[in-house]
Design a binder for this molecule. Structure first.
Ligand SMILES: Cc1cc2nc3c(=O)[nH]c(=O)nc-3n(C[C@H](O)[C@H](O)[C@H](O)COP(=O)(O)OP(=O)(O)OC[C@H]3O[C@@H](n4cnc5c(N)ncnc54)[C@H](O)[C@@H]3O)c2cc1C
Length: 438
């Protein structure tokens, strides 16, 4: 009999997992909280390990065709002085692509059930694995409208209430647990009674719902995210006359800037800077312009030429608690839900593709629980290594603020030959399929 999976989240991880499981012969439902499948307005760099996983998922060639193959052009100071040569080795080239294009490729013509916000999950220890949906709940991406901190607090309250109500209610029942009823707001209890909460079951639940994962919060309640100390602006614009042909990185005091060409003759840039959490400006383009005002002319030009509508700001958080396992009976996490890391190494998405490809292969070849145990062995150590390294790297960029430390850091970059950096990167940039290890 065909096995069934519910995938929570239609981001890069959820759509990659849908491909992987369908290839393994599973029947899949993809639930997405937002009202449409959409990407944050930014690019993403895919390294060779991510591309190997995308090949396994059957979309590597489509990505190669649409993306721009960009060689790292080197590391520069904030004034544009070269600190490190670009990399020459073929494997260090990245495929840079707009996230919207990538989501489109991964999704294909797959049906995604939108407006389906998951607020709770249960594993197979007391019945079939399930998720609880809150129909008509606010889109979690509406964080632009409120401060991120408030959105986080609301979401975690919603999840707690959802869990309490799930415990208190059988589908269709009136609330019977008076204490749960008292703690929930009147509106939430009324909504539950009106059938706004629904429970869906499957053989496997996949939490691909990002850093604030509701699946993780329900079943790994102690795992906590942490603020990195840095915020990030990013934007997309049509290429300028001084746009680079490859990927460039600039390092300054407490800040880092990068840019890379992407599909459609566009350039994607990001600027990370030390900042207090939750800070927002009425005009984020102006705020980015001010923060990078004294930087190299090409940095300033690119920010200035960015259309107002295509700039986004996001505080950078990471999953500070290492998870000892990525699975519970009949439930598994992948992508940022499992190992959200800082973007300093540009690997969160690449590792997400590796997760999905690995899970698909293991589910095709083994019974469910055995496959989930093998998934832990394949994924935990590797992803944790990246997570820790990304965090340490942030100390040399956004957390390095004193001029003396900045000079010392720049000196180290200057002395480190590009070849060494490439060799150090070799373990990172290769995904080994579980099949290849047999
Ligand atoms: C500034 C920045 C730059 C980056 N650059 C790179 C890079 O160059 N290369 C790279 O490899 N990685 C990069 N990353 C990391 C990468 O973006 C993430 O690792 C990747 O997007 C994770 O994918 P995901 O599907 O796990 O999570 P997400 O992309 O967050 O997707 C989660 C999905 O789940 C949905 N969802 C959330 N909650 C619920 C719910 N309760 N119910 C139902 N649906 C829900 C969301 O709406 C969303 O669609 C970068 C990250 C940042 C912040």
């Amino acid at each position: 009999m065909t096995q069934t999976a519910i995938i929570v989240g239609a981001g890069l991880g959820g759509l990659a997992a849908a491909r992987a499981l369908e290839t393994a012969g599973w029947h899949v439902r993809v639930l997405e909280a937002a009202l449409e499948v959409r990407a944050m307005g930014a690019g993403i760099s895919i390294t060779s390990n991510g591309l190997e996983a995308l090949d396994e998922l059957g979309v590597g060639d489509a990505v190669r065709e649409r993306a721009v193959k960009a060689r790292p052009e080197g590391v520069f100071t904030d004034q544009g002085t070269r600190l490190q040569q670009g990399f020459a080795h073929e494997s260090s080239a990245v495929h840079a692509i707009h996230r919207g294009t990538l989501l489109e490729i991964l999704r294909g013509d797959r049906e995604v059930e939108t407006g389906m916000r998951v607020v709770g999950a249960a594993d197979a220890s007391s019945g079939r694995p399930s998720v609880t949906i809150e129909h008509g709940a606010a889109d979690p991406d509406s964080r632009d409208a409120r401060s991120e901190r408030q959105a986080r607090a609301d979401r975690s309250l919603g999840i707690k209430v959802g869990r309490r109500l799930q415990r208190a209610l059988e589908p269709g029942d009136e609330p019977i647990d008076r204490r749960a009823e008292r703690r929930a707001t009147k509106q939430q209890v009324r909504s539950a009674a009106e059938g706004r909460f629904e429970t869906l079951e499957a053989d496997l639940i996949i939490g691909a719902d990002g850093i604030d994962s509701a699946v993780r919060k329900a079943l790994w309640p102690k795992a906590a995210t942490d603020y990195s100390g840095a915020t990030c602006w990013y934007g997309v614009l049509q290429a300028e006359s001084d746009s680079p042909a490859g990927a460039r990185q600039y390092l300054g005091r407490g800040a880092e800037f990068g840019m890379v060409p992407i599909d459609g003759g566009r350039v994607y840039w990001w600027g990370m800077a030390h900042a207090r959490m939750g800070g927002h400006a009425p005009d984020e383009l102006e705020a980015a312009r001010e923060r990078f005002d004294a930087w190299a002319p090409e940095v300033r030009d690119h920010i200035a030429a960015t259309p107002q509508a295509s700039i986004t700001r996001r505080d950078l958080h990471w999953l500070a608690t290492p998870l000892k396992t990525f699975h519970r009976p009949g439930v598994v996490l992948l992508g940022d839900a499992a190992h959200a890391m800082l973007p300093t190494l540009g690997q969160g998405g690449n590792l997400t593709f590796e997760d999905a490809a690995t899970l698909g292969i293991l589910l095709a070849d083994h019974p469910l629980e055995q496959a989930l145990r093998a998934y832990d062995s394949e994924r935990i150590r590797r992803t944790d290594r990246f997570k820790q390294l990304s965090h340490r790297l942030a100390h040399t960029t956004t957390e390095t603020r004193s001029p003396v430390l900045v000079a010392a850091r720049n000196g180290v970059y200057n002395l480190m030959p590009a070849m060494l950096a490439e060799i150090a990167g070799d373990w990172m940039l290769h995904w080994r399929s579980p099949r290849a290890k047999r």
